[in-house]
Ligand binder design. Sequence first.
Ligand SMILES: Nc1ncnc2c1ncn2[C@@H]1O[C@H](COP(=O)(O)OP(=O)(O)OP(=O)(O)O)[C@@H](O)[C@H]1O
Ligand SMILES: [Mg+2]
Length: 411
Amino acid sequence: MAKDIFYTALDIGTSKVCTIVAQVGPEGDLKIVGTGLVPSQGMAKGRIVNVSEAQEAIRASVNEAQHYLGSRIPWAYVSISGAHISCFNTTGIMHPATEESPVSIEDIDQLIQTSYPEVAEDKEVLHVIPVNYVVDGYLGVRNPVGLHAGRVQVESHVVLGERDVVSETLHAVEDCGVPVRSLVLSSLASSESTLTEDEREIGVVLADIGAGATDLAIFKDGSLWYNASIPVGGNQLTRDLSVALGMPYYFAEDLKDKWGHASPNGDEAGEEVLLPSFQGQPRRLIRRTALCKPLIDRLQETLGLIMVKIQQAGLHRFPPGGIVLTGGTAEIPGLQQMAKQILGCPVRVASPLGIRGLSHEQNKPSFSTVIGLLLWSIKNHGEKKVYNNGERSSWGHKTFFQRIKKAVQVK
Ligand SMILES: Nc1ncnc2c1ncn2[C@@H]1O[C@H](COP(=O)(O)OP(=O)(O)OP(=O)(O)O)[C@@H](O)[C@H]1O
Ligand SMILES: [Mg+2]
C-alpha cells in the first residue's frame, strides 16, 4: 500500500528561519503538518556569516517543526541565495542513434547531461535547467520527445554557487541533524509558489525583496532564463529610517511596519505619527509622509537597481508579464503603485499560490520561498542531489516529466 511521504522545506533567510513539513498522501493530498518559525541570526544579505549563531536559529526552527510532527525530520530541501550566485546559459548537442526511432526520454536525459558545464574548482553547480531545444534547425522546440531527428540541441540555464558558501550552508544544516536533499536557489523556489504558468510563458520578472537582499529571476518561454541578487532589502529601509529619525533600529522596524508606505498620496498623506520616546526626549509628532520619505528613497533606488539588472540581462524592456513582487518588503503598502510608475510595466504583489490549508500567517509574501521550496521538493519527488564540485546531478529528464505530473496532482 502506498505510504504518506513527508517533505520538508527549510528557508534560511536574513530575518527569519522557517521550516515547513508537509505530508503528501497516496492520493496526492497535501497537508502542512509542522511549522517552525524563528528570528534569524548569523545571516547577512542572504548568506551565513556566523555559523554557530545561524545553527542556533536553524536548530530552533527545525525543533519547533519536529515538535508538531512528533518525529525527526528525515531530510530537507534548503534555500540558498546571495551575491556568490552566478548564472549563464550553455548548450548541449546530440545525434540520436537512428532517424527511424523517435527521440526518447533517455536521449533527452543524456542531452541535458551534455549541457553540464565544466566549472572552476571554487564553483559548485546548483541547477542545470533545460530552457528549449533546436531540432534539426527548428528553434524553440519545447519537448522533442517522440520527434524523429538527426540533431537535437538543448539550451540550458546553469546556476552556480561558490563552493565554500555551498558547503558551509550544507554543513550548517547537516550538523543540526537534518540531511540536505538539495539546495534550491531562493528566487527559483519563490517563483514556484508565486508565478502562474501564463506569466512564465509570456515572460516575467520575479523580484523577492526580503530583509537582506532582492533576488531576481527572469522567466522566458516557460523557463528560468536569468537570475541575479541585489544586496538591498528591508533591513536597509529600516536602517535608513533609524538614521533619519535618530532612533534605534528596533523602534524604526516597528514604525516601518505600522506606518511605512511607498506611495502616501491618499488619506495617509494627512496623517501624523506619534514617535516613541527615546533617551528621555519628549515624544513628538511627525507627518507620515516625512516618516515615509527615507523608505520611499530606498525603494525607488531598489527599483532602479532592478531595471539595471534587467538591462544587464540583455533586455531592453520588461517582458509582457511585467514584474511580480514578493518577499516581506513587498508587503509595504503602495509598492505596487510606485513600481508601476517607475518601471512602466504590469506589477503584481504575490503571496504563495497553489497550497491549500496555509494559515493566515503563512499566506504572505515573506513565505513565498519556503512554500516554493516545498512545491519544488514535491515536483522533484524529494530527489537527492550530490554536491561535489561539478559532479553531475542525478536529475534526469525522465523523472522530470513524471515529477511535474505528480506536482500537478498534489496542487
Ligand atoms: N508590512 C511591511 N512593511 C514593510 N516591510 C515589511 C512588512 N512586513 C515585512 N517587512 C519586511 O520584510 C523583511 C522580511 O522579509 P522576508 O521574510 O522575505 O526576508 P528574509 O527571507 O528573511 O530575508 P532574505 O530573503 O533577504 O534573506 C523585513 O525587512 C521586514 O521588515
Ligand atoms: Mg527570503
